[in-house]
Design a protein around this ligand. Structure first.
Ligand code: CP3
Length: 342
């Protein structure tokens, strides 16, 4: 099968399909018992990401169980700063812990180490393309520079990225220096994913929505535009999905300024805005993941609403953000069936 015949790729190429293809952000994850079993084999989360056998296995799990139309490479956004030599680790029950951003730590980053460090992830992409069903699209990804930088400035997960916003105002030169390093490393990482067999790429900008107008331009649009342009300069056919979360009112600007081929929508994007965007580029989304936790009529209503509002153009069914650990695997099966009209 030619990669452009895969359902997700057809939509990314602008086709509207009778039934939208479906995949789910964070589809390989803790809501699945088979994921938890593999995860237990590698207590260190980053080691888990760099273990080609384990990462391949957990990427395939949701494809086997549900027959999703796309597999997303199992990895994390923090493998890029880790590859640059930025101190990062995962703590049980706490999530990522990073050394707070400083001129000293940025000065120590080394682009020359990135490719070699990320080789096991690229090996996973190759294995996946060989092992996935022919009709399944393989998605690669990276974190958008701003979202990666948010965790670096704060050193850990926060609710509204107060520390990162203050840092962006008080020392923009430091943030810019780090963002520039992330842009360069992300371009080479994404190009290597394409060369290893990824059909398309997604850039996760989970924290785009906390920025003001000036910040959005500097820290979301500009770095994303550079990553997209950098990848496309080397691989002109690469398809890129942008996901600027909580950026409803700036989606059109985002699409216009960054050059992404498609855009992921979170669940707060109003239908009128979503439909307007869908006339410009294919869209992906956007059911609230909490409907998937609730199940029942709330789930059915959410699915049908999404199918209805996006029925006039190219659409990939997805959640508005990642599936959460307390989700019942049975609800996911019900969602896939309903989206496929079974
Ligand atoms: O299935 C997939 O979607 C592919 C794998 C994937 C993971 N993280 C695995 C993961 C992807 C695409 C990501 C992206 C990611 N990672 C983002 C952007 C998207 C989003 O969800 O907002 C961000 C911000 C991160 C950073 C991150 N990784 C945090 C804050 C945490 C800790 C919180 C949490 O959910 O545990 C992680 C860990 C992580 N990444 C897990 C998984 C499955 C859970 C870790 C575990 O198994 O213990």
């Amino acid at each position: 099968m030619q990669s452009n015949e895969r359902a997700v790729m057809r939509v990314l190429n602008g086709e509207k399909l009778e039934r939208p293809p479906i995949w789910m952000m964070r589809q390989a994850g803790r809501y699945l018992p088979e994921y938890r079993a593999e995860r237990a084999k590698s207590p260190n989360f980053l080691d888990f990401c760099y273990n080609t056998d384990l990462a391949t296995e957990v990427t395939l799990q949701p494809i086997r169980r549900y027959g999703f139309d796309a597999a997303i490479l199992f990895s994390d956004i923090f493998v890029v700063p880790d590859a640059l030599g930025y101190p990062v680790r995962f703590e049980e029950g706490r999530g990522p812990v990073l050394e707070p951003l400083s001129n000293e730590v940025v000065g120590r980053l080394d682009q020359a180490k990135v490719e070699g460090h990320l080789e096991p992830v690229i090996a996973t992409v190759k294995r996946l393309r060989a092992e996935l069903p022919d009709e399944t699209t393989l998605l690669g990804f990276c974190g958008a520079p701003w979202t990666v930088a948010c965790y670096s400035v704060a050193g850990h997960t926060t609710q509204d990225q107060t520390a990162a916003r203050i840092g962006s105002y008080s020392d923009p030169a430091l943030l810019q220096a780090f963002i520039d390093e992330l842009v360069e490393a992300s371009i080479s990482y994404l190009v290597n994913q394409i060369d290893a067999g990824a059909d398309a790429l997604q850039i996760f900008d989970t924290w785009a929505g906390v920025l003001d107008d000036i910040g959005f331009k500097l820290w979301c649009l500009e770095p994303t535009r550079k990553v997209v342009a950098g990848v496309k300069a080397l691989r002109p056919d690469a398809k890129i999905i942008g996901f600027p979360k909580a950026s409803s009112s700036r989606l059109e600007l985002y699409v216009r300024e960054t050059g992404v081929d498609a855009v992921g929508l979170d669940w707060t994007v109003p239908a009128e805005v979503a439909q307007k965007i869908q006339q410009i580029v294919p869209v992906q989304g956007n059911m609230d993941p909490m409907r998937l936790v609730a199940g029942g009529t709330a789930l059915e209503e959410g699915i049908d609403y999404c199918l209805d509002i996006f029925s006039k153009g190219p659409h990939i069914f997805n959640l508005g953000h990642g599936v959460v650990p307390q989700t019942s695997p049975e609800h996911v099966a019900q969602m896939v069936k309903r989206v496929k009209g079974l």
